[in-house]
Design a protein around this ligand. Structure first.
Ligand code: PLP
Length: 289
């Protein structure tokens, strides 16, 4: 799926992707001046929808885009896209840019309409919590060279794109990032978890990382289960390299086990038991969000 016959939503209407047009003066195009979300849907069941829309609203507020749309409006668009494009494993991409002006000028223009765009694309089936069958990830690491407002899910993704590409060119799936203090931040399109001696750790929320919806759901589900220790705290790269297990989390991957970091095995180089437990709990509980 995701071809030019796809039905997409733009400027308040549903239309084939081939007919969807935006102005070259759109500030999303010129400046990356916008906010986006990706919400997973399996068999027409949206995961974490309210949490995604809340984060989108926080992003819009943070950059001063005024949009008169609530969670029900977004849900209506999402459900229409699912109906029009077929069920299955879908990512719903929701995008709001500040809109199109008549000139290219940095200051926020007055009285322009935000551009609202949404479409559906195929995502992989969610992982089955079986450590022998799940896809195993390899990653590299590098210093985080993005901007200082990574908590905003901005459409200005060039920094993330360049870090992701670095990993691709190194022949791995993702790039894990660390700050100038050698502390883990996140990955180019995922949050990161570290497991050591049965303790599950992830960096605390601040301007250095996106407040991932999957991250928050994983933490909430594990805390409610109560069997594992959890810490949200700064994690040095020395600790990351000494981890028993390393996970990536994102809406389309859920919890992805990493078995190789910078060419070295993570722990014993195999998918771990704690991953299996965490993904089992996540699979069982994700539709409660
Ligand atoms: N961090 C970054 C930079 C991302 O782009 C993403 C997802 O796209 C995530 C983390 C994971 O966020 P979520 O779990 O909300 O998909």
């Amino acid at each position: 799926m995701a071809d030019y016959n796809n039905i997409v939503f733009l400027h308040g209407q549903f239309m084939p992707m081939s007919e969807a047009k935006i102005s070259p003066m759109d500030r999303g195009f010129l400046f990356g001046d916008g906010i986006y979300e990706v919400v997973p849907s399996y068999d027409a069941k949206l995961v974490g929808f309210g949490l995604h829309i809340e984060r989108m609203q926080n992003g819009l507020d943070a950059i001063g885009i005024k949009l008169n749309m609530g969670v029900d409006d977004w849900r209506n668009i999402a459900q229409n896209l699912i109906e029009k494009n077929g069920k299955g494993n879908l990512g719903l991409y929701l995008h709001v840019s500040r809109g199109a002006d008549v000139k290219r000028f940095h200051a926020f223009p007055e009285n322009i309409q935000p551009t609202v765009f949404a479409y559906a694309f195929t995502i992989p089936a969610p992982p089955i919590a079986d450590k022998l069958k799940v896809k195993q990830y390899s990653v590299t690491s590098t210093e985080d060279l993005r901007w200082k407002r990574c908590q905003i899910k901005s459409t200005s993704l060039l920094g993330n794109v360049m870090h992701f590409q670095q990993g691709r060119e190194a022949g791995v799936d993702e790039t894990i990032l660390y700050n100038q203090r050698d502390e883990l931040t996140e990955a180019s399109a995922c949050n990161v978890f570290v497991v050591k001696n049965d303790v599950i750790m992830t960096p605390p929320l601040d301007n250095q990382l996106l407040p991932g919806i999957t991250r928050n759901m994983v933490l909430d589900i594990l805390r409610k289960d109560g069997t594992l220790h959890i810490q949200e705290r700064p994690i040095s790269m020395t600790e990351v390299h000494a981890a028993d297990e390393l996970w990536l989390t994102s809406s389309s991957k859920e919890i992805a086990p990493v078995v190789e970091l910078d060419g070295q095995p993570v722990g014993n180089g195999r998918v771990g038991d704690i991953w299996q437990l965490a993904q089992t709990l996540y699979s069982a509980n994700k539709h409660n969000y």
